[in-house]
Design a protein around this ligand. Structure first.
Ligand code: ADP
Ligand code: MG
Length: 289
């Protein structure tokens, strides 16, 4: 199937704990085109995994909208969401083993992931061995191995194969290269390249700048919203709904938190940020003269 689009509007997610709430996402606006591949970046705890779970329909939004293709996830029933994950949305959770059944072979794991696809569509699905070949897991009898007998990198690629088993239009993967050595990581990146070339929309949560570069577009989550985007090597800050902008690190050195800045729109469409000289500093400079 061809790639699915993703749309988030003012997406909010709040974990309600006993006695207090944790606002994990505070208004995410995001559009991903069919076939686009995106790396979700951001510091630990910024809400990347939460966003992925919302895109997968594993968590219901607290407010705002999230849709995948034609499906408005907030309006879908649990059964519809399950059906969506069994067919159109492949989900690879963080930690390869969480996605695998330990007593089944690699091939059986992929076949098992195809069981939820309705009859007419199931007949068009690729043979599990073909799916394994997409992620570089063919030959040397690896299709007959159980997950425990595979190397960590192979296990991660098997988890990807399971996510791809039903030929989804959207693949979501949380930290697929973490805890892998560089060779195993490169193999996973090659597998992801093949998925992207096939036209599948791909969203990958990652700490790894190399994965980010490979994906074409990076979306950085900060304080529960999209703080920055990178496209074709250019970095952009994203203006939030309330008008806030997260300054990049090099600008923060000139304008540390607490700075007063004049914001001056120019006739040519650019905007100047002019730091105000602090009164204390002006006085000191005057005294020195
Ligand atoms: P990331 O994947 O970017 O590290 P998460 O989405 O896991 O971030 O977490 C975002 C915020 O939500 C963090 O403050 C985290 O502590 C909190 N959080 C995540 N999962 C839970 C949970 N199950 N219960 C309560 N708080 C959670
Ligand atoms: Mg996470």
């Amino acid at each position: 199937m061809t790639g699915l689009s993703v749309t988030c509007r003012g997406l909010v997610y709040i974990y309600r704990l006993e006695g207090y709430d944790v606002v994990a996402l505070s208004g995410v606006d995001l559009d991903i085109a069919p076939g686009e591949s995106v790396a979700l970046l951001g510091p630990s705890g910024s809400g990347k995994s939460t966003l992925l779970s919302l895109l997968a329909g594993l968590l219901p939004p607290s407010a705002g909208r999230v849709s995948v293709g034609e499906h408005d996830l907030a309006r879908a029933t649990p059964a519809q969401l399950q059906q969506l994950r069994a067919t159109d949305v492949g989900v690879v959770l963080q930690g390869a083993s969480r996605n695998l059944l330990p007593y089944l072979t690699a091939e059986q794991n992929v076949r098992f992931a195809q069981r939820g696809v309705p009859g007419d569509r199931r007949r068009q699905l690729p043979d599990p061995r073909e799916v394994l070949a997409t992620v570089g897991l063919s030959g040397r009898g690896r299709n007959r191995q159980r997950p425990q007998r595979l190397s960590p990198g192979e296990r991660q690629r098997l988890a990807l194969a399971v996510g791809l088993a039903a030929r989804p239009g959207l693949l979501l993967a949380d930290e697929p290269t973490s805890q892998l050595d560089s060779h195993a990581r490169d193999e996973v990146l090659l597998a992801l390249d093949a998925v992207r070339r096939a036209g599948t929309t791909v969203v990958v949560v990652t700490h790894d700048p190399d994965v980010g570069r490979r994906m074409g577009r990076t979306v950085t989550i900060r304080d529960g919203r999209v703080g920055a985007e990178g496209r074709r090597g250019e970095d952009y800050a994203v203006v939030g709904r309330d008008g806030t902008v997260h300054l990049p690190q090099d600008a923060l050195r000139l304008l540390p938190p607490g700075s007063l800045v004049g914001v001056e729109p120019q006739a040519d469409g650019t905007v100047l940020l002019v730091p105000a000289r602090s009164p204390v500093m002006s006085q000191m400079l005057e005294d020195m003269q």
